[in-house]
Design a protein around this ligand. Structure first.
Ligand SMILES: [Zn+2]
Ligand SMILES: [Zn+2]
Length: 288
């Protein structure tokens, strides 16, 4: 289905559901906005009126606590109930935000639709401190319309993403293939990175060149791949929309996998037409 036909179909569906004029429905099918709810006053936040932010003081508390927990985890059994509290991302009106100290802030209009939010996720995955925040919960809550922070206005049941086989370079239709990562590669990347961290913490000399490669996510038709080894797969029909991609991202973040795989690269490439792995049916215009 071409992008244009997909949009027309989605617009007709939306018109039928909401009763709004076709043209306005069509405009909205492009990349439906997310609504933002202020954490302080619980009112919606209009574009230009607020931020998604995290106080640096909260990061400064959460980061060492998580590091210490992970350190202990490598040495002895630690209860998951001892998992340190993560720093929480907040949504606030400019007027409501209690910006006392330094903060990491994103203007809300820059993360107001799924492609933008995915793009920010990929960008933030490059920051070592992201795992000490609750970004995965922010994504999950947005996916599930939890009613606070970010929420989808409606869900379009049209495919927004094209998935291409890395072997035969043809599109992969639903249930014909998967995104996958080999278990042993993932294991090697994780243990290699842990060993690197251990040496660094022990002040042994380490070169940045010794940092192990991340495990690569591959995309293939089931028929094109020789699944000889153990691997982890995500069927392509479960990542056809930006929203489901955000859902998977949150899921993988809970497992800590994006740290050991190239999921961030895969995500950031979804807003470009690289022709590889996951690409958009219609190229999103990202808010700079
Ligand atoms: Zn407010
Ligand atoms: Zn193939």
């Amino acid at each position: 289905m071409t992008a244009d036909r997909a949009r027309k179909q989605a617009a007709r569906k939306l018109k039928a559901v909401t009763g709004e004029p076709y043209n306005s429905a069509r405009r909205r099918t492009q990349h439906p906005k997310l609504t933002a709810i202020c954490d302080t006053c619980s009112a919606p936040v209009a574009d230009g009126d607020g931020i998604l932010w995290i106080p640096k003081a909260d990061l400064a508390r959460a980061e060492p606590a998580l590091q210490a927990f992970k350190q202990q985890q490598t040495q002895r059994f630690v209860a998951l109930s001892d998992y340190p509290e993560l720093a929480r991302w907040r949504v606030d009106h400019h007027a409501c935000a209690d910006l006392d100290g330094a903060a990491y802030a994103i203007e809300l209009h820059r993360c107001r639709n799924w492609p933008n939010l995915i793009n920010w996720t990929a960008h933030l995955m490059g920051k070592a401190w992201l795992s000490s925040t609750d970004w995965h919960r922010l994504l999950k809550d947005a996916v599930n319309a939890a009613g606070h922070r970010l929420n989808p206005t409606h869900h379009l049941a049209i495919p927004e993403l094209t998935i291409t086989c890395g072997t035969c370079h043809q599109p992969v239709r639903d249930r014909e293939g998967a995104l996958w990562v080999e278990s042993s590669t993932l294991y090697n990347a994780r243990t290699g990175q842990q060993e690197f961290e251990r040496k660094r913490m022990a002040n042994e000399s380490v070169s940045i060149w010794d940092y192990p490669d991340s495990a690569e996510w591959r995309v293939d038709h089931y028929a094109c791949t020789d699944f000889e080894h153990s691997y982890y797969t995500v069927d392509v029909h479960r990542c056809r929309t930006w929203r489901s991609l955000a859902d998977w991202t949150a899921h993988l973040m809970i497992k800590g996998w994006p740290d050991h795989t190239d999921w961030d690269t895969l995500l950031s490439a979804t807003s470009e037409n690289t022709g590889k792995r996951i690409t958009p049916v219609t190229k999103p215009r990202l808010t700079p």
